[in-house]
Design a protein around this ligand. Structure first.
Ligand code: SF4
Ligand code: SF4
Length: 363
């Protein structure tokens, strides 16, 4: 397993995390074994925005003795009083639900307490007006909540809340379909979504990724908006390449599925190459580098994806990214304009021209 650091909290977070999707479909003991296998495979980050309340005791049983080694995302606004998931902005309901979730998880603290599911501007107004946000902050003052998170599918709402509230982690729906305007949660334009990634990276806010496979659609050519299936590994790598992303949160219900997810870190580069999505890119995405590195190798050894990522972040105000760029052994100034990358890029990026632009920017 590989790990990434949340710069705001210092937490070391596994690139593969785990969500609750599908786990309640397994028999009780099997479900506990699957969760435990993910933990033993190095997963230390678990999202608990469950579709069914039955998920909570499973995680409680599987991870109780290793609680200090794992990190939980708990959502202030998810209600399980009816058994399955419900959304609530009523403070008393939220309080009861959080207490119930802690009891079921057999823990007394929350690593990341989330401002839950804010997709409309009015959600945030109601969340604050009703006192749910104050309750979350009070729980943080009491030491029950260690860090604050935000979950949303909507870039504009994310920007507003990040202006208003100190957020340490964002849970956002990241996959090629949503980024390219396809699917139920394809909120925001290509550029608005990219701005969220860059802002998070710049401000040190980690992103945990929900819906990395667009609810499974991207894995099945028959229902994929692109008419072609991607593999889970391609989707995971795609999300992990986005600035700010720390972890991807797929679900699993069998140990075989768990093993397949854990094998992500052992995959050769060819298995992770998602450049095929360049053939689906809408006009708004054409010519924009997605940092996929499909154009490598560069004859002078430039890390093309990384150079482009640092450049985009530096332009968005990320001083650390600018420093990282200047610390590279080889920079855009070393480009010999051979054009190899231009011919290889499936996204239509004029990379040799961009290297000139980048070299000029950094001087
Ligand atoms: S130039 Fe194209 S192939 Fe190279 S990293 Fe950027 S998007 Fe990928
Ligand atoms: S054009 Fe520049 S960046 Fe692209 S492959 Fe050639 S030397 Fe490398």
């Amino acid at each position: 397993m590989r790990y990434r650091i949340n710069r705001r909290t210092g937490d070391k977070i596994s690139e593969i995390g785990m969500g609750t999707a599908y786990i309640v479909e397994a028999e009780h003991n099997d479900a506990v074994s699957v969760i435990r296998r993910m933990y033993e495979g190095g997963v230390n980050y678990f999202d608990l925005a469950a579709g069914d309340g039955k998920a909570f005791p499973l995680f409680g049983e599987a991870l109780r003795d290793v609680r200090k080694n794992v990190l939980y995302q708990i959502h202030f606004g998810a209600d399980y009083s009816a058994g399955t998931y419900g959304w609530s902005l009523e403070p008393d309901t939220v309080k009861r639900s959080v207490a119930w979730q802690l009891e079921q998880l057999r823990t007394d603290y929350i690593d990341y307490g989330f401002i839950h599911c804010q997709d409309e501007a009015s959600d945030w107004e109601t969340y604050r007006k009703n006192g749910v946000y104050d309750y979350l902050m009070w729980m943080k003052e009491q030491g029950v909540v260690r860090h604050v998170g935000l979950s949303s599918h909507t870039p504009a709402v994310i920007q507003t809340i990040m202006d208003d509230a100190p957020v340490d982690m964002l849970m956002f729906s990241v996959n090629p379909a949503y980024d390219y305007g396809q699917g139920e949660y394809a909120n925001g334009s290509v550029d608005e979504r990219a701005a969220v990634y860059r802002r998070c990276e710049t401000e040190g806010v980690g992103i945990s990724v929900m819906k990395p496979f667009s609810g499974g659609q991207l894995l099945d050519a028959a229902v994929s908006p692109f008419g072609k299936a991607l593999t889970p590994y391609q989707c995971i790598r795609y999300a992990l390449d986005k600035p700010g992303v720390l972890t991807v949160l797929p679900g699993a219900k069998t140990t075989e599925e768990a093993e397949r997810l854990l094998a992500y870190c052992d995959q050769p580069e060819e298995a992770l190459d998602y450049s095929v999505i360049g053939t689906f890119a809408p006009p708004a995405a054409a010519g924009k580098c997605v940092y996929c590195n499909h154009c490598k190798p560069c004859p002078v050894g430039l890390e093309i994806g990384l150079i482009n990522k640092y450049y985009d972040l530096a332009k968005a105000g990320d001083k650390m990214a600018a420093e990282h760029y200047r610390g590279l052994d080889k920079t855009a100034a070393d480009c010999i304009a051979c054009g190899h990358c231009d011919g290889r890029c499936p996204f239509g990026v004029n990379q040799s021209g961009r290297m000139q632009e980048i070299a000029g920017y950094f001087g």
